[in-house]
Design a protein around this ligand. Structure first.
Ligand code: NAD
Length: 355
């Protein structure tokens, strides 16, 4: 088993911070991957991890993804992410305010936002203890929930993928399987229904399924266990990561994978090429799910919703550019996206070293 420092060395992290507070029950890990482009910005996830090691690995993988996401999106921010090891029902004002104090102690090197199991009210509590938080509610001076922008960017990336795969970006009549009907999944379903796609949805939480069914009559609910055997055109992972693995890819019969979840490829070096072999077009997750961070990072420089919307729409062209690079250099699409992100970081590092 690798040590934490070996993991950090392998994934090229700058820093990990552990935060513990017995009174509020807070056990948090803040992972700062790369600050070449600016302070590390990334959300805080609350999850009941099976082990501390699982939590550390998740924080390391998620923060690395943020570095690539922020770089490829042209943002002047670095990559970081935090995880809190807890059952989401344990969330409290005290936990968030204590966590806010920890974030504040990093003096702006890490700026937080929402992720799985966190929302604008949680960010509001954090904002009582630190200014290094984004995604706070509109009434408290923030830009609110980033999920609609994430979903819009995923929709743009999915349409670009359809253009590449089918020669036309219309999703009318396309069977799209949305796994995870949470914040992003539900907004994405809205776009797909409006477009005229045939939407299937799965979630482990029946309450989320009920919300979707109440809102959209024509959405088909499918059992989460058998989703990879289903006949579909597009698979949209919008739950947790690593759903693209040996088992799922060998079963998948779709033409496109385009979704919101972070770290969809269990192992990018194995499963990126495996999707190519199966002739499945993969829209890199960190490229197309950047709408949320594009939105929250705009709070740092004076929020303008119109500007954010047009920045998110650029995901369409960026996705086509990555597909073109992937074809030209005969590399899988995730590798092509990483190459562009890494080049921007090393170019800016050069610029900074000469100042
Ligand atoms: P969320 O917690 O609101 O929704 C996730 C949903 O997935 C929940 O309804 C949950 O019940 C469901 N789920 C969990 N495990 C599942 C499984 N095995 N099968 C089916 N459903 C399952 O989170 P969200 O904010 O909608 O984010 C979804 C994904 O998108 C996450 O991976 C997140 O990191 C990523 N993401 C979110 C944003 C954002 O703006 N919220 C931005 C970028 C990336």
């Amino acid at each position: 088993m690798q040590t934490i420092f070996e993991h950090m060395q392998q994934m090229e992290h700058e820093q990990i911070v552990f935060c513990h507070d017995p009174h509020s029950g807070l056990n948090a890990i803040i992972a700062i991957h790369n600050t070449t482009l600016g302070p590390a910005l990334g959300g805080t996830r609350v999850w009941n991890y099976n082990s501390h090691e699982d939590a550390i690995i998740d924080a390391l993988r998620l923060s690395r993804g943020m570095t690539y996401k922020n770089a490829i999106s042209g943002l002047n921010i670095g990559g970081g992410k935090a995880v809190i090891i807890a059952d989401p029902s344990m969330k409290s004002e005290a936990l968030w305010r204590r966590y806010g104090k920890f974030v504040n102690s990093l003096n702006g090197k890490y700026i937080t936002a929402e992720d799985v199991n966190t929302n604008t009210s949680d960010m509001e509590y954090i904002s009582l203890e630190t200014k290094f938080v984004t995604g706070v509610p509109e009434y408290a001076g923030g830009s609110g929930d980033p999920s609609p922008f994430t979903a819009y960017g995923v929709f743009m990336g999915m349409k670009a993928s359809a253009k590449k795969a089918y020669g036309n970006d219309s999703l009318v009549g396309k069977k799209v399987m949305v796994q995870g009907a949470g914040h992003v999944g539900q907004y994405l379903i809205g776009h797909l229904v409006n477009e005229g796609a045939k939407v299937m949805v799965s979630d482990i939480d029946n309450a989320k399924i009920r919300q979707v069914v109440d809102k959209y009559r024509n959405v088909e609910v499918v059992d989460n266990k058998g989703i990879f055997e289903l006949d579909m055109d597009i698979y949209a992972p919008c739950a947790l990561g690593a759903t693209l693995n040996d088992d799922s890819i060998s079963k998948l019969k779709c033409a496109i994978v385009a979704g919101a979840a972070n770290n969809q490829l269990a192992d990018e070096n194995v499963h990126g090429p495996m999707l190519v072999e199966r002739n499945i077009l993969y829209a890199p997750d960190f490229l197309i799910n950047a709408g949320g961070v594009i939105n929250v990072s705009a709070e740092l420089e004076g929020y303008n919703e119109g500007k954010v919307k047009s920045a998110v729409e650029k995901i369409y062209d960026r996705t086509l550019d990555i597909f073109a690079l992937s074809a030209k250099e005969n590399i899988h699409t995730q590798a092509a996206a990483m190459k562009i992100a890494q080049k921007r970081i090393s170019d800016i590092a050069q610029v900074k070293s000469r100042m």
